[in-house]
Write a protein of this length. Structure first.
Length: 720
């Protein structure tokens, strides 16, 4: 439509406005005249001017049919007629093509799209024309009858949850879709967000999760969409089985296989997935190899254990060997908690180069030999000794064992002469003649021949001779020398004026570092107290696992050769030790304490026979509930800890009673002194990695208590 006055201007002169034309009384006539349609013959406007449509340019408008892209050309006259008749300026005409097609169409009556409804609706020819123009062909759309349309007005759109797992969005179930569903439940659809995301995805081929399999598995875009909704990323796709592996896994089952550790009766599970990987790595037609694995218990122990440095079995060697985790695991399966006696690498290599040697017997006149074992050669070589020690052959040893000392009568005075075993052997070997006179008679005869010689001056230095063989060789625990009895320590004992021997078990061995052990602290304390006028040497003869019964066996080797002024002993911990996992009878405490009483009496007899002053110290408290073995079977560990406490208490009571019966008053109760301020204070004096061993602070305290007891009881005589 025109807005505002429009002026008609010709040759620079305004004739009149269009508004004037339309608003005049004869406006219509004038308009017709301007348009050349006036029938009056004397019309000045019609004869002097052209058509009014000349002032309107031709216009192109699209075809009224939706989907048609043709254009209609509207002339200026047609625009003017539209204005004159009051119609809209936009043309409502069709293009020629659509108009021709419309003439060939007719209205169609179609069935209602609602299931079960027998009504119809009319698909008119104009709607058909629009469908053809949109490229939908002659396929009729879905429509509703009038009755269904009326019902549709009462139905409202409903929001339905998205079908994708993990999505919280909704999609709209329209009223028409609900009506056409005819009471059926809503379909499962994606929300708009999931649908748009799905359109951006494409199916992917993923490698099979079985190692060694060359097949792939399809990961379609719906699965990818669900993966995204679960909060994961497509850069880390899931690991899945291909169809071949999936079919093969359906025929497999988990299998129980024996543990690889010798002595373990447990099993490990060969999972289906591991079997698939074994099959993928096995050539066609061959059986897969079952892997050699540990059970869960062995594997847990192996992971928690650590390699440990252990001293060489050769006590003269200061090197170590590694007790590996595998060795510890094997020992655990056989019920062993302590490392075995083993040579270091250098000693083992040297041992292979040695061989047993036949060495002449040390006895004069004997032509026999004895076997110089490779172990003895190794011990002597690492100690710096290159020559074999003097020993008797087996025949001489048997002769001495079967010929005890006997008495013969002096032919001169009739006095009894003691003929020792060695003298009998010398006589048998014709090295010496059987004596016929006693010593006094022989001395008298010698005095008549030559004057008496001055008596030799006795040397103040002790010559220590440690026997090589004895009852200690029959038991593996005490067969070797105590680990702290070194060559340097023995030489110090020979020179010392104050000699003290500490014999016992692992609590006597004390801290791993020898300088931090309580015997080392005791030596420092006594040396400081006695001053430079005395040379104090405290020998640590402790052996882990040594009981009172074993101490009686090794007394001749580890105590007597040193002629100590004082013996400090403690075997209560090893006497009370019980193995983990072993079931003890109810009368075990009574049986073991009775045996301990007899063993203590024999040890006390050895002390009295040698006339050695003694001091007994009772060990520090123990905490078996803290043992690391409890992580494998807590119930069994709790029962063992309770039994260990009961045996430990019974052993301490028996040792106190035995000391009182033997008249041994010098007793240091370390457990009572440790716990005098409570259990919490006592734990500060215990090693963090052991349930029975003290730390250096505890070792210093034990040394101080023993020193105080030595001074109070004057166990070293007038020196203190």
């Amino acid at each position: 439509m025109f807005s505002g006055p429009v002026k008609l201007q010709t040759a620079g002169r305004i004739l009149f406005s269009l508004h004037d034309i339309l608003c005049a009384d004869n406006g219509v006539r004038r308009l017709l005249c301007w348009n050349g349609l006036c029938s009056s013959g004397d019309c000045v406007l019609g004869s002097n001017f052209g058509s009014l449509g000349d002032f309107f340019p031709a216009t192109e408008v699209p075809c009224r049919v939706r989907g048609c892209r043709n254009l209609l050309r509207i002339s200026g006259d047609a625009v003017m007629n539209t204005l004159a008749t009051g119609k809209n300026l936009r043309s409502d005409r069709m293009c020629d093509e659509c108009y021709s097609r419309l003439q060939t169409l007719a209205d169609q009556e179609l069935s209602c799209s609602k299931k079960g409804c027998d009504g119809t609706w009319v698909w008119n020819r104009y709607q058909q024309l629009e469908a053809l123009a949109a490229g939908r062909g002659d396929r009729p759309p879905r429509g509703l009858c009038q009755k269904c349309r009326d019902e549709l007005k009462a139905v409202k759109d409903v929001e339905q949850p998205c079908r994708m797992k993990g999505c919280k969005n909704t999609w709209t179930w329209s009223a028409r879709e609900q009506l056409e569903a005819a009471g059926k439940p809503a379909p499962r659809r994606l929300c708009e967000e999931c649908f748009q995301t799905l359109r951006t995805l494409e199916d992917r081929q993923l490698p099979c999760r079985v190692k060694g399999c060359a097949h792939t598995v399809l990961w379609n875009r719906y699965q990818q969409l669900e993966y995204l909704k679960a909060g994961r990323t497509l850069e880390e796709p899931p690991r899945r089985l291909c169809d071949a592996c999936l079919a093969r896994s359906a025929k497999l089952q988990e299998q129980e296989k024996p543990c690889r550790i010798h002595g373990c009766k447990n099993t490990w599970t060969w999972r289906v997935h591991d079997q698939l990987e074994a099959l993928a790595a096995t050539p066609e037609g061959q059986e897969p190899t079952v892997p050699n694995r540990m059970c869960n218990d062995c594997f847990a122990f192996y992971n928690s254990a650590k390699d440990m440095e252990q001293p060489c079995r050769n006590h003269t060697c200061r090197k170590t060997w590694v007790w590996t985790r595998s060795m510890q695991l094997g020992a655990k399966q056989h019920g062993q908690t302590r490392p075995p006696a083993k040579l270091c690498e250098d000693c083992a290599a040297l041992l292979k180069t040695l061989s047993d040697q036949e060495v002449p017997c040390r006895v004069n006149g004997c032509k026999g030999t004895w076997v110089y074992k490779v172990e003895e050669q190794l011990r002597d070589l690492t100690a710096g000794r290159t020559t074999p020690p003097p020993k008797r052959c087996r025949a001489c040893n048997d002769f001495l064992a079967n010929h005890p000392a006997k008495e013969i009568t002096c032919q001169h005075c009739g006095k009894a002469i003691l003929l020792s075993s060695q003298e009998q052997l010398d006589c048998a070997l014709a090295v010496s003649v059987r004596p016929s006179l006693c010593a006094d008679c022989v001395g008298a005869e010698i005095a008549q021949i030559r004057p008496p010689e001055p008596e030799p001056v006795q040397s103040s230095r002790l010559l220590i001779r440690i026997p090589k063989g004895g009852p200690w060789t029959e038991h593996a625990v005490i067969r070797d020398w105590p680990p702290r009895m070194t060559r340097e320590k023995v030489e110090h004992m020979e020179q010392a004026t104050v000699r003290i021997v500490c014999i016992g078990d692992e609590l006597t061995v004390s801290c791993e570092d020898e300088t931090r052990s309580w015997p080392a602290h005791l030596q420092q304390n006594l040396q400081r107290r006695l001053g430079n006028g005395e040379d104090v040497c405290v020998l640590n003869a402790g052996i882990a696992g040594c009981t009172t019964a074993l101490a009686c066996r090794r007394f001749e080797r580890d105590v007597k050769p040193f002629e100590p002024q004082l013996v400090i002993f403690s075997f209560a911990f090893s006497d009370a030790r019980c193995g983990f996992g072993t079931s003890a009878p109810d009368d075990e405490c009574a049986r073991r304490t009775a045996a301990l009483a007899d063993d203590f009496c024999r040890f006390d007899e050895l002390l009295h026979a040698a006339n050695y002053p003694a001091l007994c110290w009772l060990p520090n408290p123990i905490y078996p509930q803290d043992s690391p073995e409890g992580r494998y079977d807590r119930d069994a560990h709790a029962r063992w800890a309770e039994r260990q406490h009961a045996l430990f208490d019974a052993t301490l009571r028996q040792v106190r009673q035995s000391c009182a019966s033997a008249g041994l008053n010098a007793v240091v109760d370390a457990r009572a002194l440790f716990t005098v301020n409570g259990d919490k204070s006592a734990r500060r004096w215990m090693a963090s990695d052991s349930w029975f061993l003290h730390n250096e602070i505890g070792a210093q305290s034990i040394a101080a208590w023993i020193e105080s007891t030595i001074v109070e009881n004057k166990l070293l005589g007038e020196r203190l």
